[in-house]
Design a protein around this ligand. Structure first.
Ligand code: 6PG
Length: 249
């Protein structure tokens, strides 16, 4: 079981400050040990405020050595309002200029979703294996959200993508999601050194409590267990609810 920490903050401002310090510490350490810092970011509404606050940190993080990947993508064209990487471009990359080689979006402008998934899988393998950064696809940092149905990344309850054991990338569909999705799979998520669930708002308090207490992996999000890494639940007071379960384990 991953070492797990549940951190509860008053508001987004406190969350952003904490996450930025965490990123600073982790990136400094990774760059010292391995020469770069690899992070995969999620879409959705929750992380937008954090991404905007990252944009104020041009000197705070060693951006030249940070490689940015996406956890998942909606199969829509770049520029679409629902396109996750476009949101990252608007919030972070409009202020922080990362070298092009450090950007690893999921290419949704290819001819089919299969091609998109295959090309992202290839890109991950090229980055982690061929460039000699690692012998395994181990991300330094993955930022995840949680949906009210317990999904995380684009791994929805009941989705065959949840059963993927070999591939790093899967295609995913849900009757509750407007678009088909491309997502990192559990095997690569669970290899990461640090995984952070960022969850805010009282509408998430019931699902957060169930996931924190779920020992049998009933929900996709409770299957996230980076065995050699650290798992953080970063909550605001709304998503934490009465907090009775918020004790470190
Ligand atoms: C996405 C995600 C997804 C998200 C959750 C929470 O692209 O939508 O990566 O897993 O993190 O659905 O979304 P909200 O932050 O919008 O509640």
């Amino acid at each position: 079981m991953a070492s797990r920490e549940i951190c509860v903050f008053e508001d987004n401002q406190e969350i952003n400050a904490y996450l930025k310090e965490l990123l600073k510490k982790l990136s400094k350490q990774a760059i010292k040990e391995r020469g770069l810092f690899s992070m995969a970011l999620s879409g959705g509404v929750t992380p937008e405020k954090f991404y905007r606050s990252l944009a104020d940190t041009s000197d705070f993080l060693p951006w030249d050595d940070i490689h940015l990947f996406m956890v998942d993508e909606r199969y829509v064209k770049p520029g679409d309002n629902d396109h996750n990487f476009s949101m990252v471009q608007r919030t972070i990359l409009s202020s922080i200029k990362l070298p092009k080689k450090n950007l690893h979006p999921i290419q949704t402008d290819l001819t089919s979703i299969q091609e998109t998934a295959t090309s992202y899988e290839k890109e991950l393998k090229r980055f982690f294996y061929e460039d000699g950064h690692s012998k395994s696809p181990i991300f330094d940092f993955i930022l995840l959200g949680i949906g009210q149905d317990g999904h995380t990344a684009s791994l929805f309850p009941g989705s065959p993508a949840l059963e993927e054991k070999e591939k790093l990338v899967a295609i995913s569909r849900s009757e509750h999601a407007r678009h088909e999705r491309i997502t990192l799979t559990l095997p690569i998520i669970n290899l990461a050194r640090t995984v952070v669930f960022l969850i805010t708002g009282p509408e998430k308090k019931n699902i957060v409590q169930q996931i924190v207490q779920d020992k049998i992996g009933l929900f996709p999000a409770s299957k996230v267990n980076p065995e050699n890494g650290k798992l953080y639940f970063i909550l605001d007071s709304g998503s934490c609810g009465d907090g009775s379960y918020c004790v470190p384990s």
